[in-house]
Design a protein around this ligand. Structure first.
Ligand code: SF4
Length: 197
């Protein structure tokens, strides 16, 4: 999978109590033009590469109009394209009423920062507000359209047996296509450095 960074900075403030956002991506306020994105996607897909059009959240105000709506339509764009994006459960539900809009743009994989199946843990992490039933709805609806729904999760020092069980049960219920569990030590390091300052 080749990464195509669309640029821009995330306006959310997740993990403020843990030393700040754990996502380390090139930071630039400038967003690539739609022509540049289409050009680079064309190069990748002509080589049959899978492309991750990387934004913190493809459906946030910052990227929805300037990137998502500008992606070329699948039929007239890049046949066979396999495009992955990051999204928030909240913004995807609020902005996209018909998930075939994603398929039309060649999007075959969507990653969500679920972090935990325990809603109190998510609150602690400062994640944008969404419920477990919305996670389940979104994940299953994407699957119904043949789109791979994937989750980022965390296991932190603040987790308990009960929060881990909630995460496990949510995974069992929704069966995401892929899961990436953020390394525990990253979070602990940030948390430690925060207490030292
Ligand atoms: S939405 Fe993602 S990129 Fe933005 S602050 Fe939260 S974790 Fe970081």
């Amino acid at each position: 999978m080749k990464f195509l960074y669309a640029g821009g900075e995330c306006k959310n403030h997740c993990f403020a109590n843990y030393g700040g956002c754990l996502v380390h991506t090139p930071k630039t306020t400038e967003i690539l033009s739609s022509e540049e994105i289409a050009y680079q996607l064309g190069l990748l897909t002509s080589k049959h590469e899978q492309a991750f059009v990387y934004t913190p959240d493809m459906f946030s105000d910052l990227y929805y109009k300037s990137v998502f709506l500008e992606l070329p339509f699948y039929d007239g764009g890049f046949p066979g394209a396999y495009i992955a994006v990051n999204a928030s459960v909240r913004t995807l539900i609020d902005k996209v009423k018909d998930f075939s809009d994603l398929l039309d743009r060649g999007i075959r994989e969507v990653w969500f920062g679920i972090e935990s199946g325990d809603e109190l843990m998510r609150k602690k992490y400062g994640k944008p507000n969404f419920s477990n039933s919305e996670v389940a709805f979104t994940t299953k609806e994407l699957q119904r359209f043949g789109i791979h729904a994937c989750w980022y999760l965390l296991d932190s020092k603040d987790d308990t047996d009960s929060s881990r069980l909630a995460t496990y049960e949510l995974i069992r219920e929704c069966e995401p296509y892929r899961i990436r569990i953020w390394p525990l030590e990253d979070l602990e390091d940030l948390s430690d450095s925060e207490t030292k300052t």
